[in-house]
Design a binder for this molecule. Structure first.
Ligand SMILES: Cc1cc2nc3c(=O)[nH]c(=O)nc-3n(C[C@H](O)[C@H](O)[C@H](O)COP(=O)(O)OP(=O)(O)OC[C@H]3O[C@@H](n4cnc5c(N)ncnc54)[C@H](O)[C@@H]3O)c2cc1C
Length: 480
């Protein structure tokens, strides 16, 4: 037996994804080296093994070693939400910040195509995309007027900076039906669940995508996604909770960022967990010790956790013992970015026009606020009509400017990461405002740690609101 250390790749050019997964699975019982195990496998043997161990005996984690790269093109942003709702995968999608949309790049969902609303839907899409193009031009001209050219900046670079600013605002017109592309890297275990969720969706586009993804994945994973079928229990759960949810009484307006839960002594808990990690005492003993410390001593410990961190370092995992629950309302454009943060638990409500819409200040300053309001009103009118017919499909017509509610739970480590990315000056102004308000609220609960968040100097959620928005919850006129 060769006892020398060996580290090498099992290349997907040589072995199928399923064979690689089975090779790794077999090391559990076989003393043979991986390459020898792999050499003895063929598609049939791998499939038999997968069927018995992974599918039959439920050793499902083995399927995580089979990884696929899936390219999905020209699907609606609404369908992208269903796909990206799977946490254990990697995504890169077409950006509303760096690209402009083709006027025909929208999905006509099968439910609506077959209904009496098809023509109205097409009419609204034409209006939204024409308004988007018109507003982009007006905003571009206005942004060039108000964007000073930097010393030594080329004409092209300056024009590009102005263009990006314009597109950041014009994106508020784009509906959830807008087509986009997304690249997905996902393992077979996560993919099986993703397909199940797609097949269980209330939207036909999702179900079609689920079937196509299953067909494509089966070419590489003949066994591991074979049993990906709709989740039968979902229909009952939906029906029960929708009925009960309809009975929940409305309260007076509660604000767009509410910190619902943050344990008062979470900072002590984080410090206790760090003491446990580097010491030999139990958690209760460490916590009792932290509680006995003077404020200055705790502050010194907190300081030590952050003092040496560079911009590229990640704080210790023990920060995950502090967590926050937020009830947030943000525009759909911001939500589309927010949902990408997989380390949070997120529960979004359906996308509707009923929480009002945001009006970016630049829309008013560039002289296209009227155009925007008209588009938002038309979208709300059709949304309400469609809602009577098919509430889920109605979401396709809702533009990015409309507000969305999302409940989320995140830990302090993720709050550091989120605010570093999303409060920074190069992030979109909508999500910057959300990130800053979340940081402000968390800081009130946990000042010791939250003062270490990397936030931009001199800016607050309120100052961003004033600088970038005419209104953040304008009510649409549905009367027509
Ligand atoms: C300026 C900017 C421009 C962007 N442009 C685009 C764009 O054009 N298109 C686009 O699709 N997205 C874009 N994004 C989104 C970006 O790619 C991330 O998906 C998003 O910011 C979420 O960040 P995250 O993955 O670090 O966060 P989370 O998902 O919250 O993850 C937190 C941390 O956990 C770790 N982690 C989580 N999952 C994995 C994993 N599977 N493998 C390894 N580590 C993991 C990482 O350390 C990660 O930083 C942009 C973001 C920014 C800030």
């Amino acid at each position: 037996m060769n006892l020398a250390r060996r580290i090498y790749r099992l290349s997907p050019n040589q072995y199928s994804a399923e064979t690689i997964a089975v090779t790794f699975a077999k090391t559990s019982r076989s003393p043979e080296p991986f390459d020898r195990i792999a050499a003895e496998l063929d598609a049939e043997k791998s499939s038999k093994f997968s069927e018995k161990w992974i599918v039959g005996y439920g050793h499902s984690s083995v399927a995580e070693h089979a990884v696929l790269h899936l390219a999905l093109e020209n699907i609606s942003r609404l369908a992208i939400e269903t796909i990206e709702g799977n946490r254990l995968a990697s995504y890169t999608e077409k950006s509303t910040r760096y690209q402009e949309w083709n006027p025909d790049a929208w999905v006509l969902p099968p439910e609506i195509e077959a209904s009496r609303f098809a023509e109205k839907y097409r009419g609204l899409m034409r209006l939204l995309f024409q308004s988007y193009a018109e507003a982009t031009e007006a905003l571009r001209a206005w942004c060039e007027e108000v964007t000073e050219r930097l010393p030594e900046e080329s004409e092209k670079a300056w024009q590009n900076r102005a263009r990006v600013k314009a597109v950041d605002v014009a994106r508020f017109f784009l509906p959830a039906a807008s087509m986009a592309n997304v690249g997905v890297t996902i393992n077979a275990r996560a993919l099986e669940y993703a397909i199940k969720k797609l097949l269980s969706s209330e939207l036909e586009e999702d179900r079609q995508i689920g079937r196509e993804v299953k067909t494509v994945a089966t070419q590489e994973l003949p066994t591991l996604v074979k049993y990906a079928n709709p989740i039968e229990s979902l229909a009952g759960i939906r029906a029960c909770f929708r009925t009960e949810a309809a009975r929940v009484a409305a309260e007076p307006e509660e604000g767009w960022c509410q910190l619902l839960g943050a344990e008062p002594d979470a900072e002590d808990q984080v410090l206790a967990a760090a003491l446990l990690r580097f010491g030999e005492r139990s958690y209760s003993e460490c916590l009792a010790h932290v509680r006995s410390l003077e404020a200055g001593e705790k502050s010194a410990l907190a300081e030590a956790l952050f003092a040496q961190l560079s911009d590229f370092d990640v704080p210790l995992r023990e920060l995950e013992y502090a967590h926050y629950d937020f009830d947030l309302v943000m525009d759909q454009g911001a939500y589309f970015e927010f949902k990408r943060h997989r380390m949070m638990t997120q529960t979004p409500q359906a996308l509707t026009t009923r929480l009002g819409y945001a009006i970016p200040k630049a829309m008013s300053q560039a002289g296209v606020e009227g155009l925007y309001r008209q588009a938002m009103n038309e979208a709300a009118r059709l949304y309400e009509e469609l809602w009577q017919f098919h509430p889920e499909a109605a979401s396709y017509v809702v533009p990015n400017g409309y507000n969305r509610r999302v409940l989320c739970r995140l830990n302090l480590r993720e709050l550091f990461h989120f605010t570093r990315l999303r409060a920074s000056e190069n992030a979109h102004f909508s999500i910057r405002r959300i990130a800053l308000r979340m940081a402000e609220q968390a800081s009130r609960a946990h000042p010791l740690f939250c003062e270490k968040l990397s936030l931009p100097d001199g800016e607050t959620a309120e100052s961003l609101g004033e600088a970038y928005f005419t209104d953040v919850s304008a009510k649409p006129d549905c009367a027509g």
